[in-house]
Write a protein that binds this ligand. Structure first.
Ligand code: COI
Length: 356
């Protein structure tokens, strides 16, 4: 399918202070738009970024059929950008779409749409190491209909935003607390889909946690409130003795692409990686006995974020609250090294976009 391009006649790039980027506040000049109607996707269009029109009866606003992805484009040099594992993001988008009864998107259209959009707005990709162009594909139900039914119309967009680190703490470890009352997802629910509603459901408990001085909630399973799942903005890893332990994908955990990359890199280093049920009591015990060396989160936005504190009821695990641990630091250097093309990519994860 051909992608039509309408360029803006008024770039906003001169207004951007690339030295003081906040996560997700400013958006590049163009966006990709594609409409699903009459049982098929229609011609994708790249158009100037700006307001879109819809009516108040649009189904996504009422019944929440809305999903998204998050990936990044990295500046390698003046001729090359890298996207990181875009085909994995495409697959996850389609998995989310199937769970929410939404139409899938063809891989070629997805990849070509990203390539065209990012090449057109390549000047928006920050050059500073650690900064990147955050790429946000998303889809929502667009039929004008108040019946609680699967929509027959959808819209798909890709917008992009130059970003710095997601957590303003940067390398200062984040502080997490469990929630006694709330859960993020249940087995059989939508927890493993990247559904907008999962994030909406996490805001109240996250707000409560922030009022108590924590950065985020570390979610426990819904049944026993005992097994660790994820952090909502990232997956979580524990270094216990010399092993790397992470909650298995139980159906209520988001299958993070950075999570998968961390596992593959660690295995490649010869580290024993265990994907299994991880009880909060096990982590408290491992900490008490000195076996818990490091805790860190992984995510596209969060990259590798060290965890300094985990509170659970009366127990508080305090790790190094000042700095990132050696394992997380090496993991961060390796992942970002591959993403920015500074070190070899033996896994074939980088997807180059050439700018000639
Ligand atoms: C991402 O890491 O891309 C996400 O979607 C998390 C979001 C909360 C920023």
């Amino acid at each position: 399918m051909k992608i039509s391009i309408t360029e803006t006649d008024q770039s906003r790039i001169s207004e951007v202070d690339f030295n003081h980027l906040q996560f997700g506040r400013i958006f590049s000049d163009h966006m990709l738009e594609m409409v699903y109607k009459d049982g098929q996707w229609h011609e994708p269009k790249i158009i100037p970024y700006g307001p879109i029109q819809f009516t108040p009866s649009m189904q996504a606003l009422h019944y929440g059929q809305a999903i998204f992805e998050g990936m990044k484009a990295y500046h390698v040099d003046d001729e090359t950008l890298h996207l990181f594992r875009p085909k994995d993001h495409h697959q996850r988008l389609n998995n989310s779409a199937r769970r929410l009864c939404m139409p899938e998107i063809d891989e070629q259209i997805f990849i070509e749409g990203l390539e065209e959009l990012i090449s057109l707005d390549h000047q928006w990709v920050p050059k500073q190491h650690g900064h990147a162009l955050y790429v946000r594909p998303f889809m929502f139900a667009a039929e004008e209909y108040l019946a609680a039914k699967v929509s027959k119309e959808y819209r798909f967009y890709v917008i992009t935003s130059p970003v710095a680190a997601y957590y303003s703490e940067g390398f200062n470890p984040v502080k997490l607390t469990t929630s006694e009352k709330f859960v993020r997802a249940v087995e059989g629910g939508t927890g493993e889909a990247k559904a907008a509603g999962n994030y909406a459901a996490s805001f109240l408990p996250a707000q409560n946690a922030q009022k108590k001085g924590f950065t985020q909630v570390i979610w426990l399973d819904a049944k026993e409130k005992r097994f660790i799942e994820e952090v909502g903005t990232m997956n979580i890893f524990f270094q216990i003795d010399e092993k790397l332990v992470t909650p298995k994908l139980s159906g209520s955990v988001l299958p993070g692409i950075t999570r998968r990359s961390v596992i593959e890199i660690a295995k490649n280093w010869g580290t024993v990686v265990e994907e299994r049920r991880v009880g909060i009591d096990e982590i408290i015990e491992a900490h008490k006995s000195g076996r818990l060396k490091e805790v860190f989160g992984s995510g596209t936005a969060a990259v590798i974020s060290p965890v300094g504190v985990i509170q659970h009821g009366d127990e508080t695990i305090r790790l190094d609250e000042e700095k990132i641990g050696p394992f997380a630091k090496k993991m961060f250097a390796t992942i970002t090294g591959i993403q920015y093309g500074k070190i070899d990519d033996p896994f074939g994860w980088t997807h180059p976009i050439s700018l000639d």
